[in-house]
Write a protein that binds this ligand. Structure first.
Ligand code: ATP
Ligand code: MG
Length: 555
């Protein structure tokens, strides 16, 4: 291990491999790539892969490419290309040079396919999809050779060129590698390399009607770009054999320093599904309001919910990289954002379930301005102006008619509490609305208690938050619960049965006046309520609850 590498972050098995490859001289530097398919928005699982690929490259002063794996035009869209670029940049990573597309290499892939055919290593097969499946055999039973396997090289080259020229219908034939129909790895039983698709491609338009398969295109794309370590998730473990077979059989790429594939375990997160296909179903079936709905585990959803890039990167650091699949506890993600916001989020007061409180011994028409700290532990963040007058709002939950016990710290008849940053008040009586619920609470205040304890030494323990009524600004609060009732919804193919019908609750309340200009995506700690962020998808004053102040999942 070189001295430079011992300074690298906590090690993982990928770094161990890289250290070995650098010290043996196999590679002189590190080049990785992040290869999303533009068929949906990025999710938190992709963030793990992004942190690993871009982060590893950065640690070794290497490079990471962004390469869109755009070999399946029927599911892909430019909207996804744009959102993926935006999300990676937001996370704070830079790709090397221009954005790459697998489609940049369509000409080269075609030449590689011709080279394999010329070497007798690939053939055009006219079996139907069903027949191909039957001929492939099972894990227990070897496959059978396709009758098209023995056609001559010249014939295959000619048919393959006709495929490219659009002379066959979709599904009529495919190009297959000629490997081993009895291999113990199913993926090596003459895998498909090219298929016909008459679709308009978002990058290459109608130039091509044959498209390469991932297994064929990916390794060649890596080799063209000089990728050294091609890191992917464990489900591609068997396919590593095709990766190696393809490069070893192509003259340009069978070199000592050719890329190699390494697999790590994908992230699975409790109470979430992180498969683009299933996330798309949630969007298409209107279970959520778009890919960036704050309940979605997408990067754009988490961002809109109030997660910071730093917190997502911290989460990826905490979960680490291994080869063991598991279900990650959602509280790990939540503690990452909580730790970040606890230090950085300005404090404010918001009343989410308002009731009116009238302080009867406070002069009518008078209003006081009070300077409150923006962050009680960080003086440098300065102060903010809050107000106090005869009429304020408090939260319904902070008043009870009769104290249930001596430990009760909120407001009750004949009990005193402090209003945060202002006076001590005592409730005297209250009004109810037609439905019997408390509408207005009447109080008196002790005028000598602004920012100090009562002079007679009496102790007042409870502190509640409030907003002065004439300056209060109406706001909407969106409170989210888990989107699924099941901790592992991935095990159900039909997700709709485990969707939580109450995952969004909308409340109308009040915020401090200085928050009327809160910037979109800016997160605040609403004291005693939790962290909230100004919604970026609404014009009005809407705040999304990012996370509560404490971990309530396990209580
Ligand atoms: P999905 O099933 O959500 O579509 P995918 O693997 O098909 O995922 P790609 O766009 O092909 O999505 O993924 C780009 C990269 O991100 C790949 O290298 C893939 O291995 C990685 N990746 C995808 N999902 C996860 C995950 N849950 N955890 C870690 N890495 C992931
Ligand atoms: Mg994919």
């Amino acid at each position: 291990m070189s001295s430079q590498n011992t300074e690298v972050k906590p090690t993982n098995f990928i770094r161990n491999i890289i250290n070995k490859d650098l010290s043996s001289g196999k590679h002189l530097g590190v080049k990785t790539r992040f290869p999303p398919e533009p068929n949906g928005y990025l999710h938190i699982g992709h963030a793990k892969s992004i942190c690993l690929n871009f982060g590893t490259a950065k640690n070794y002063e290497g490079y990471c490419n962004l390469r869109f794996d755009d070999t399946n035009p029927s599911k892909e869209d430019i909207e996804y290309v744009n959102s993926i670029k935006k999300d990676i940049e937001w996370l704070g990573f830079n790709w090397d040079g221009e954005v790459k597309f697998s489609s940049n290499y369509f000409d080269k892939f075609f030449l590689c396919a011709e080279e394999l055919i010329s070497k007798g290593l690939a053939y055009v097969c006219f079996l139907t999809a069903d027949e191909i499946r039957t001929f492939r055999g099972t894990l227990k039973k070897p496959g059978k050779n396709s009758p098209y396997r023995e056609a001559s090289i010249e014939e295959n080259l000619s048919i393959f060129r006709k495929m490219k020229a659009g002379k066959f219908k979709e599904g009529e034939c495919v190009l297959r590698a000629k490997i081993d129909m009895s291999s113990s790895f199913m993926c090596m039983r003459d895998p498909i390399l090219y298929r016909i698709r008459f679709e308009t491609h978002h990058q290459t338009s109608d130039v091509w009607c044959i498209y390469p398969m991932y297994d064929f295109a990916h390794c060649i794309g890596d080799a063209i770009e000089g990728v050294t370590h091609s890191i992917c998730t464990l489900e591609f473990q068997d396919n590593r054999r095709i990766y190696d077979w393809t490069l070893e059989n192509l003259n340009d790429f069978n070199t000592i320093d050719r890329p190699h594939q390494f697999e790590f375990s994908r992230l699975n997160l409790e109470y979430a599904t992180i498969s683009k296909r299933k996330l798309k179903l949630l969007v298409d079936n209107n279970h959520v309001n778009g890919w960036n709905d704050p309940r979605m585990p997408t990067i754009s959803g988490l961002r809109r919910r109030g997660y910071t890039a730093a917190s997502i990167k911290d989460f990826c650091e905490r979960i680490g990289v291994s080869k063991v699949n598991s279900l990650t506890d959602i509280s790990i993600l939540e503690s990452s954002i909580r730790d970040d916001l606890n230090n950085s989020a300005p404090r404010s007061m918001a009343v989410i379930n308002p009731i009116k409180l009238i302080i009867e011994n406070y002069p009518e028409g008078e209003i006081e301005s009070i300077q409150a700290p923006v962050h009680p532990q960080n003086e440098e963040m300065g102060t903010r102006e809050i107000f106090f007058s005869r009429e304020i709002y408090i939260d319904k939950e902070d008043f009870i008619e009769v104290m249930p016990n001596n430990k009760y710290k909120r407001l009750a008849i004949n009990k005193e509490v402090r209003l945060r940053y202002s006076y001590i008040i005592k409730a005297t009586h209250f009004d109810t609305g037609k439905d019997g619920s408390v509408k207005t609470v009447y109080c008196t205040y002790d005028e000598n208690t602004l920012g100090k304890n009562p002079s007679d030494g009496r102790k007042v323990k409870g502190v509640i938050h409030y907003v002065e009524s004439s300056k209060a600004i109406s706001a909407e609060f969106r409170i989210y619960d888990r989107l699924f009732l099941e901790s592992n919804p991935a095990k159900f193919d039909d997700l709709s049965s485990s969707i939580n019908p109450n995952s969004l609750e909308i409340k109308n309340g009040f915020i401090e006046p200085n928050l009327s200009t809160a910037k979109a995506e800016k997160t605040y700690q609403f004291e005693r309520e939790g962290y909230f962020c100004r919604d970026s998808g609404s014009d009005g004053l809407v705040f999304n609850k990012t996370v509560g102040l404490r971990d309530t999942w396990n209580s």
